[in-house]
Design a protein around this ligand. Structure first.
Ligand code: ADP
Length: 187
């Protein structure tokens, strides 16, 4: 398994699991959210453009996000595989990823859908707000991010299911247990 996507609601634990899976498979974990946050922190032009959307819990426009991922996937370390965390999140991003992979003669191996119920994810995100102070982790913005996910990203599961790529994994429980579940779902 070398070309993987990780999909799930905000707070499902994607970032935590992405790092562990990347390690297990020897591939880079590519998180669009992390890349955007690094750009905001470094006050780049991309960061300046992305920040207002992120602070409101809106998706960054596809044109910006797609360009970022195209560039990242062209780098040497992604040639033999990658784990995308938080991309694609819109139908347009699915199309763009299809194009990028087709151009390179590659295909996805699997899409891991990490599930967690709403009460638990809100609890986790409010906790993270206290620990990390992320600007988009206020209760109001969290609820909005969950709505945006349901509206724009949840339908993508159907798209990938139709391609027989989706492995659904329960994201509740100890971190190491969830990783084990994902690894066995990918076998
Ligand atoms: P979350 O777990 O809340 O989804 P992320 O760190 O993955 O957090 O993303 C944080 C923010 O970065 C998103 O709310 C959005 O504004 C922006 N972002 C990340 N990935 C994408 C994407 N694929 N398309 C558009 N916006 C994105």
């Amino acid at each position: 398994m070398t070309r993987l996507l990780l999909i799930g609601t905000p707070g499902a634990g994607k970032g935590t699991q992405a790092a562990r899976l990347a390690e297990a498979f020897g591939i880079p974990a590519i998180s669009t959210g992390d890349i955007f946050r690094a750009n905001v922190k470094n006050e780049t032009e991309l960061g300046r453009q992305a920040k207002a959307f992120m602070d409101r819990g809106e998706y960054v426009p596809d044109t910006l996000t797609n360009a970022l991922v195209r560039d990242r996937l062209s780098q040497e370390d992604a040639k033999n595989g990658f784990l995308l965390d938080g991309y694609p999140r819109t139908a347009d991003q699915v199309t763009e990823l299809d194009h990028i992979l087709a151009e390179q003669g590659e295909a996805l191996d699997a899409v891991v859908q990490l599930t967690a119920d709403t009460d638990e994810v809100v609890r986790r995100l409010l906790n993270r707000a206290i620990e990390q102070g992320r600007a988009d982790d206020t209760e109001e913005v969290i609820r909005h991010r969950l709505d945006v996910y349901e509206e724009q990203t949840a339908p993508l599961i159907e798209v990938y299911s139709a391609r027989n790529l989706v492995r659904e994994v329960d994201g509740l429980g100890a971190v190491a247990d969830v990783t084990e579940r994902i690894l066995s779902a990918l076998k």
